[in-house]
Design a protein around this ligand. Structure first.
Ligand code: WTA
Length: 627
């Protein structure tokens, strides 16, 4: 490993192989980008025409700052494009997904079979009384079943709200309650690191007393038999359903799904995406950024519980008729060879993963990779957090054998699809995400909205609307507006960035109280509210600290209630509380018991001061500090 380091010399620029450029879906970035900005509507109009619409739009864009409507008056259904149309194009017997669990049990499903499964679930949901506009929460393992449930909702116009199966009772309950879900779909368990994680018990507890939840549909994985109030078995429910279900004709601006994501308050926001724009934008970014071709096998290691899973395991990928691998469980269980074995066995050509996973593998050196034939790989993607040049180079050299391109895709739950990246035919710079995608105008500005000079840190903002932008925050329109009125005239991303003389963007991390732990977005206030649920805690403040593998780790400063003495036991019980309320991903790595927390005179905790002290940085402006 030490030896490897010496070999890793970072050049400023890396060029894609000639064959890849010649065969790329988009060959001339500069030209097309200029065109897409000159005539944004014309550009998206042309892209949208590559998909099926029952009725074409009257107008591409209606922009009423800060509200956008895309493909106004257009009628379509995203599942028609993801499934029916693929069959019309001759892909009925083409593999849609190869699913694998940690024990290497494999299940394959073709586009034709997936359509039937989706139709049966859609019919079952209808039988349960689910109608267009109703919300359905999905709390399931990464699996074909989960994907099919999402598509079944979309087929009948129900709005899905997928909740990551690594979240616990409190997080699940909050999301079900906020969306007022009529039905919850779950599974008996998920398998991770050889352990069964009981999802059904969590689902039952999370819905206790919620009368609006009429049914809990359960994927009973081992046919144990599910019994209980509101419970109904998924497979016996669909057994009796017809394998055809007409699509609901959806307006372009009808809601498609809600996905909750952390913000700067204790309550996650329900980001709402709509059918038409999201469909067009995820379809096109998938096609261009992953350079999808008929014979590709694509492997996205994300979970359907996050936006990456929504856009780039499900919708954008299926809309291109691509075959994918979908896996349940951990990347390094039963051993670090798991993913690489799959790449060799199935001849994966595109891998899309996160820097935290790359850094985890890096710790094992590079020798272990030599056991696998990774020569089928062509494109390597990364997402979720900034990738440090060292990890970038390791990925490029040892995984990609210096033949592959890396696409470092910057985007957010709110943006729906890729916003900044280099496309495969364009030169890459390690550690820099790259250039704005077609139709996207990204800028780096100061707090007054003034553009900063090159190589200067500022706020990353987006100037104009794009098709897959969020339309609102569910039930909280004022939170939506905040994106557009924090810095007047721009969409505020919450990220810090800089750009260089050639216009490459470098993303430096969040500027707000949002943490990024192993690529998972977690709000400091969410963790703080979970910590104070422990009966021995009086107050808490949470900060992120740099971590060599996870990007950030969580540190909590805790004031205990009168009479409670700090101890290992108290610390463990606090961690347990967070695990139960939010889930394992939000558990603080470190807890420090303190007597006092730095606050402003109005009583707001100054996490900035805690962070500066912890990391030995300048304290900055302390004039608002209480004492
Ligand atoms: C961060 C994930 C640097 C960023 C798709 C953003 C990144 C947040 C990158 C969104 C990247 C995502 N380089 N940072 N390539 N991609 N981020 O909503 O801070 O879970 O604001 O969406 O992740 O996280 P979210």
């Amino acid at each position: 490993m030490e030896g490897d380091r010496v070999l890793l010399e970072v050049k400023e620029k890396y060029f894609p192989p000639k064959e890849l450029v010649e065969g790329a879906n988009v060959k001339d970035y500069e030209k097309l980008y200029a065109e897409s900005i000159r005539d944004r509507e014309g550009f998206w109009d042309k892209v949208a025409k590559e998909l099926h619409w029952f009725k074409e739009w009257d107008k591409v864009l209606e922009w009423n700052y800060p509200h956008a409507k895309w493909f106004v008056g257009g009628k379509t259904n995203i599942t028609y494009n993801c499934l029916d149309r693929q069959i019309e194009l001759g892909r009925k017997n083409k593999i849609a997904y190869i699913y694998l669990d940690e024990r290497d049990r494999e299940r394959k499903i073709t586009y034709g079979e997936l359509l039937e499964l989706v139709c049966k679930i859609a019919n079952a949901l209808k039988e349960l009384g689910v109608k267009k506009g109703d919300r359905v929460s999905i709390y399931m393992p990464n699996s074909i079943e989960a994907v099919a449930c999402m598509l079944a909702c979309a087929r009948i116009g129900a709005i899905h709200s997928v909740v990551f199966a690594g979240f616990s009772e409190g997080a699940l309950r909050m999301r079900i309650e906020d969306a007022k879900a009529k039905v919850l779909i779950t599974a008996t368990y998920t398998l991770r690191r050889g352990k069964k994680i009981d999802l059904l018990s969590v689902a039952k507890k999370a819905t206790q007393g919620l009368d609006f939840v009429e049914r809990i549909v359960v994927w009973d994985r081992d046919r144990e038999g599910v019994k209980g109030e509101k419970l109904i078995d998924l497979y016996s429910l669909i057994e009796r359903q017809k394998p055809h279900c007409e699509v609901e004709v959806m307006d372009s601006e009808d809601p498609l799904f809600i996905l909750y994501t952390s913000g700067t308050t204790g309550k996650p926001k329900g980001v709402l995406h709509t059918v038409g724009g999201y469909m067009v934008n995820t379809y096109y970014t998938s096609k261009v950024v992953f350079d999808l071709k008929e014979n590709d096998l694509y492997f996205c290691t994300a979970d359907i519980g996050w936006i990456t899973g929504h856009s780039y395991i499900v919708y954008g990928i299926l809309a291109n008729g691509t075959s994918s691998l979908i896996v349940e469980g951990a990347p390094n269980y039963p051993d670090v060879g798991r993913w690489w074995r799959y790449i060799q066995r199935y001849r994966v050509s595109i891998l899309y993963t996160a820097p935290t996973a790359i850094r985890m593998f890096m710790r094992h050196g590079s020798e272990f990779l030599k056991e696998y034939d990774l020569s089928s790989l062509r494109i390597l993607g990364t997402v979720g957090e900034p990738i440090n040049p060292e990890a970038w180079l390791w990925y490029y050299k040892y995984v990609g054998g210096q033949r592959c391109v890396i696409v470092d895709t910057w985007w957010q739950t709110e943006t729906g699809s890729h916003m900044i990246t280099t496309i495969p035919s364009y030169p890459m710079k390690p550690g820099k995400a790259g250039k704005p995608f077609f139709g996207i105008e990204a800028k780096v500005v100061d707090k007054d909205g003034k553009e900063v000079p090159p190589n200067t840190v500022g706020f990353l903002v987006i100037k104009s609307p794009w098709p897959s932008m969020l339309r609102t925050c569910w039930g909280e329109p004022q939170r939506y507006e905040k994106y557009w009125n924090t810095i007047k005239g721009y969409y505020f991303t919450g990220d810090l960035a800089s750009y260089d003389e050639e216009g490459y963007f470098m993303i430096l991390g969040r500027s707000d109280d949002v943490l990024n732990v192993a690529g998972h977005r977690i709000g400091t206030m969410e963790v703080e509210s979970a910590v104070v649920e422990n009966e021995r805690v009086a107050e808490c403040a949470v900060i992120g600290k740099p971590d060599p593998v996870k990007g950030q780790r969580i540190k909590a400063f805790v004031i205990l209630k009168e009479g409670v003495k700090p101890s290992k036991e108290v610390e463990e019980s606090i961690k347990q509380t967070v695990r139960e309320v939010l889930g394992p991903i939000a558990v603080p790595d470190e807890i420090e018991f303190v007597e006092k927390l730095p606050k402003t005179r109005s009583g707001k905790i100054m996490r900035r001061i805690l962070r500066a002290k912890e990391l030995g940085l300048e304290l900055g402006d302390t004039s608002t500090l209480e004492d």
